[in-house]
Ligand binder design. Sequence first.
Ligand SMILES: CC(C)(COP(=O)(O)OP(=O)(O)OC[C@H]1O[C@@H](n2cnc3c(N)ncnc32)[C@H](O)[C@@H]1OP(=O)(O)O)[C@@H](O)C(=O)NCCC(=O)NCCS
Length: 174
Amino acid sequence: MDGIDIRESLPGDQGAVLALYPRAFPEEELRPTVAALLDETDGVISLVALSGDLVVGHIVFTDCNVEDSDRRIALLGPLCVDPGHQRKGIGQALISEGIARMDARGVAHVCVLGDPNYYGRSGFLPERGISTPCPIPEKWRDAWQSVSKGEGESRPKGRMIVPAPWRNPTLWSD
Ligand SMILES: CC(C)(COP(=O)(O)OP(=O)(O)OC[C@H]1O[C@@H](n2cnc3c(N)ncnc32)[C@H](O)[C@@H]1OP(=O)(O)O)[C@@H](O)C(=O)NCCC(=O)NCCS
């Protein structure tokens, strides 16, 4: 992608990252969740997309567990791209970079709750074996999706166990 760099976010990026969210999600307040995720020192990959010095996109991957299992899986979210820089491939680039980095940490299975029309472009398919950490509305059943990097491995099954910032039922309901 011309002129766009992706790197892990630094503590000094926090203000710019938090400023993106009300622009991309005018009807949803995600800043407390994002701030809490950025405070998690272990188990979170936070990537920014930069146009020059400007933060124009952000994504978080959280390293999670499966109940009664030693399997690790990741939760993707949130993801946002500044409205002035959307439809240039930044969102998809952040997704694939994060999946590759999670894979390098040994986490090959990544789940997301999001629009299947969008995440399907990055290979996500409806997830049936892993259940969400909090209940989701039935109409969102196909919005709970996953992608697996590892080939031929048996798929993880069970309830996803998440760190505190994700244990908020309002994040999982409409
Ligand atoms: C969704 C979002 C991250 C996409 O970022 P982006 O950098 O514009 O995405 P990409 O350039 O990789 O892909 C753009 C393509 O996806 C499409 N797209 C974007 N949102 C979509 C959606 N919800 N459903 C289907 N397609 C979607 C665009 O129309 C575009 O397709 P086109 O180029 O064929 O017209 C960005 O629009 C955004 O931040 N939106 C507001 C917040 C949000 O909804 N975040 C997702 C949380 S689950």
